[in-house]
Design a protein around this ligand. Structure first.
Ligand code: MTE
Length: 884
């Protein structure tokens, strides 16, 4: 990776300074103009780049992809599986960073692999200026930095697919599901594209500047074009950038050179720039033609696939962004107590305009658009505009003359909790200086781009609090009012967000949903066995199963827009769920070409044995787990609770659903090894309350690779699981169940226990924790508990705060004993291993009549074995001991 030193407080210096700094503006304070960027920052009123921490570790899930050399931030939500890398930050994280986004959280849209450029090669990176010019040129990055004036200014980039998930919920488009965080802002440093093109002297008849990147994709190098007269208009600020927030561009953002086209969709800002070609016609690059367009709404996926002329009509190409806004706070699923109804809540969000047009108002409505209030807007971009000319991050910051607005603005408005409690939803909409107002309704189009209807947050009243629902969640993550309304049969296109309109009898279910796309080929009747399928689980000839039909993906390996990995990762597997969820109608309609047969009965049964699919039309079940079938929950968050332990929170099928796990029982988690695709199954006991609705929390101690031993398969697979991905669960399992008030079920026999001894080590606390919590939380449960929890270091004790809290409030019935093998000096608890001496002292059999006490043990195998022996030696009988 980069050899440039990282400084967490101030952004990294560019690797080399342009020898020829821009001339000092005549009216500027020359001392200020010459001082370095960091001292400039100290004096500046404009926002500084947020603290940045360049990721240094290649994530496990990237290791099998062409980007296996590239460290990335694990917080980013992957929108197209593992590869190519298309990600957005969680909306709150993005918003919390403020006006400028750190490069590691900046959204990424890569059509394929990231070209790898070593630091020593950067100065010699070449690009050409060719086509309709009198002076074709080949320039190195060094020349660009030394021979041209360098400028620095803030620019917001927005993917044309920002907010596309909303379109996909209405009807699947050909694009993947961006949430509302496909937007980010940075201070870019580089050269005006106009300066370079001017030197090349465009010829008469030249009208476009085409660009091409270094990333070779299935349909050629990524490329597109912009209009030449816009390039030459400095008010439009098109830049060839090498710096981002004061450091070299990072690989995902185009290192070492990219175009940055302010005010236009991100797709025009070509990364890893290799060519500028001046032409009379717009680019004929595949990605220019088949991407970044808003086709008329009646053009269906099939129509667009059958009639290529839709794609070549320049009227439908997108350049300028449209006016857009979104609410960041309240966040999705945020809860607000209604008890303080006189208090104010600050609603906050972002807005941006297109083509350099400024957002001139943001309006909020609490009565479904009948009346509106003006929000307060902060245009941080103006603070750079108003700053005196100065040198910043290797370029001159001097654009007081420019009227265009290239950046997003933040807005906020205080509302009383009582007002929010009286409303059904919060709506926001922005207007720009040309009075372009966001529309009320969504304009569906086949690529799902430029989605910009009013942003709506639904307000749900739940006992004592308000819960806010954003329209959707990114990627395959469930949640949001749109899915909820759609599932209950609401018509999202009825102009009232799917709510029932007075006088309309019953909600209309969207028709397109009913239309089934045929994915099989007529005349293909081959019966394929599971053995045949399994033989084709290799990368060179991958077969996969969708809905019982077998497809050979070999011929599509090179063309798959997501790269061959998208297919090879499903080889030999049934990928029905993911396939159906991710792919557009067009993709589905291509499937007959690859259809080679149907899995025979035995094969289907074998797959069904792996995955029994439940009846999709069955009403949503009140509890999640099923002991017969694997069920999917989606990873929502990962929280680190100690250096090697994480809490993984999974979203269940619906908000009201409980997990369905009796106290003391466990569930199985199944993941696939990303390399071998072998199923990895382990059992865990979630630590969330059994009554918790909508979510479950699983505490997992991770055994990752170290220098001397390989890590655990499940640990590694879980660790590398991206947020938003499915995991399979099955259960409950376990021979023990705590029924309450001392009653237990052990292998079907009911027992009554007066005292529990709970012995555990490390993450063995999890099933113990469930039982212990059930005892202490029931005031009428008089069962006594002695917990003996053994660990190496103080910081290894899991759930300590919660356990201590329970024990403190229940001193009459609980004793909580921790023992450490490497205790700090000041440690007042027990010391040493859980072994015979400690057990005879604290787990005495003699104190109890027969059958009155029971010992629950959970820990590593070695601990369980030694505890077993010691307890038998102390007079305990096997039927009084339970090993989880
Ligand atoms: N340039 C190249 N060479 N290859 C790409 O895949 N994606 C484009 C654009 N430039 C792309 C590219 C798209 S669609 C967008 S939205 C922006 O890059 C995203 O820039 P970012 O990844 O730095 O946020």
């Amino acid at each position: 990776m980069s050899s440039i030193p990282i400084n967490l407080q101030t952004p990294r210096e560019l690797p080399w300074r342009p020898a020829h700094l821009p001339p000092t503006p005549p009216d500027s304070d020359s001392e200020k103009a010459e001082s370095d960027s960091s001292s400039q920052q100290a004096n500046s009123d404009f926002p500084l780049a947020p603290p940045t921490l360049e990721p240094t570790q290649v994530l496990e899930l990237d290791k099998k992809t062409p980007d296996s050399w590239l460290p990335r931030d694990p917080r980013l939500i992957r929108l197209t599986g593992v590869h190519p890398f298309n990600v957005e930050a969680p909306l709150s994280d993005l918003f919390n960073e403020g006006f400028l986004t750190s490069p590691e959280l900046f959204y990424v849209r890569n059509h394929g692999h990231v070209p790898q450029v070593r630091d020593e090669e950067i100065p010699d990176w070449e690009f050409t200026v060719e086509g309709l010019v009198d002076r074709p040129m080949t320039l190195t990055l060094r020349q660009l930095m030394e021979e041209y004036e360098q400028q620095t200014y803030p620019i917001t980039l927005v993917c044309a697919g920002n907010r596309r998930k909303e379109q996909n919920v209405v009807r699947k488009t050909k694009g993947f599901s961006w949430g509302a965080a496909g937007v980010s802002t940075a201070l870019f440093t580089g050269v005006l594209m106009a300066d370079v093109i001017r030197r090349a002297k465009p010829k008469r008849g030249a009208r476009y500047v085409c660009m091409e990147g270094a990333d070779k994709l299935p349909n050629g190098y990524y490329g597109t074009s912009v209009k030449l007269n816009w390039v030459m208009d400095e008010n439009r600020g098109m830049m060839l950038a090498h710096g981002m927030n004061g450091e070299m561009l990072r690989p995902d953002h185009g290192k070492p050179l990219r175009a940055v086209i302010p005010g236009q969709i991100g797709g025009r800002s070509v990364k890893w720039l290799k060519k500028l070609i001046v032409t009379a016609e717009p680019s004929d690059n595949w990605y220019h033609i088949y991407d970044n367009r808003v086709l008329p709404t009646m053009v269906s996926p099939e129509e667009s696939a059958n009639k290529p002329e839709w794609w070549t009509d320049e009227r439908y190409a997108i350049y300028d962004l449209s006016t857009n806004s979104a609410i960041a706070y309240p966040a999705h699923d945020e809860r607000l107590s209604m008890t303080e109804s006189s208090e104010n809540y600050r609603v906050k969000g972002y807005a941006y305009g297109g083509g350099g047009r400024r957002v001139t108002r943001v309006e909020i409505s609490l009565d479904q658009g009948k009346t509106w209030r003006l929000a307060n807007i902060d245009y941080a971009e103006d603070r750079y505009r108003d700053a005196s000319p100065q040198h910043l991050y290797g370029g001159s910051l001097d654009f007081g003359w420019r009227e265009a607005s290239f950046c997003w603005c933040f807005w906020e408005l205080d509302m009383s909790v009582a007002e929010l409690a009286g409303a059904k939803d919060i709506l926001c909409r922005a207007m720009d200086e040309s009075m372009n107002l966001q529309p009320r309704d969504l304009y569906w189009s086949v690529l799902g781009m430029m989605n910009n209807p009013w942003y709506r947050i639904a307000i749900c009243k739940e006992d004592g609090h308000l819960r806010f629902e954003h329209p959707t969640q990114p990627a395959l993550m469930p949640g949001g009012w749109m899915e909820r309304v759609k599932k209950s049969g609401g018509d999202l296109t009825n102009g009232f967000w799917g709510e029932q309109i007075e006088g309309q009898s019953s909600p209309k279910v969207i028709e397109e949903e009913k239309a089934e796309i045929k994915m099989t080929k007529d005349g293909v009747n081959e019966k394929i066995t599971i053995d045949d399928l399994r033989k084709h689980d290799k990368e060179d000839a991958p077969w996969f199963v969708v809905n019982g039909e077998v497809y050979d993906g070999t011929a599509f390996l090179k063309e798959h827009p997501g790269g061959a990995t998208s297919i090879t990762s499903a080889a030999g597997l049934d990928c029905s769920d993911e396939f159906m969820a991710i792919h557009s109608e067009t993709a589905k309609s291509m499937m007959p070409d690859y259809h080679i047969g149907s899995l025979d009965e035995e094969g289907r049964a074998a797959l069904a044995g792996e995955d029994i699919t439940l009846d999709e039309n069955a009403p949503p079940s009140p509890s999640f787990l099923s002991s017969r079938a694997w069920k999917k929950a989606i990873l929502r968050t990962k929280k680190s609770v100690s250096w090697d332990t994480h809490i993984f929170t999974f979203k269940l099928e619906h908000d009201d659903q409980i997990l369905g796990l009796p106290t003391g029982q466990h569930l199985m988690i199944r993941l696939r090894d990303p390399a071998t695709r072998e199923a990895i199954i382990r059992s865990y006991t979630p630590i969330s309350e059994i009554s918790k609705r909508g979510y479950m929390d699983v505490l997992v101690k991770l055994y990752l690779d170290t220098n001397d031993r390989p890590g655990g398969k499940m640990s590694k697979a879980l660790d590398s699981l991206p947020i938003g991905h499915y995991v399979d669960f099955k259960g409950p399992i376990g021979k023990f169940q705590y029924l309450g008030k001392g009653r237990c079920d052990v292998n079907g026999d009911e027992r009554h226990v007066k005292t529990f001894y709970m012995i555990c080590g490390g993450s063995g606390i999890t099933p113990i924790y469930q039982v212990f919590r059930a005892v202490v939380q029931d005031r009428d449960d008089k069962t006594k508990c002695v917990v003996l929890d053994g660990n190496r270091l103080l910081e290894d004790i899991l759930c300590k705060a919660e356990l201590d809290g329970f024990a403190k409030d229940n001193a009459e019935k609980c004793r909580l004993l921790y023992t450490l093998t490497q205790a700090p000096e000041e440690w007042t608890g027990l010391r040493g291993r859980i072994a015979a001496p400690l057990l005879s002292e604290h787990v005495g059999r003699k104190l109890h009549a027969d059958g009155e006490a029971m010992v629950l043990v959970c820990g590593p195998e070695a601990l369980e074995k030694s505890v077993h022996q010691a307890l038998l030696g102390n007079g305990w009988k096997d039927d009084e001991l339970l090993f989880f």
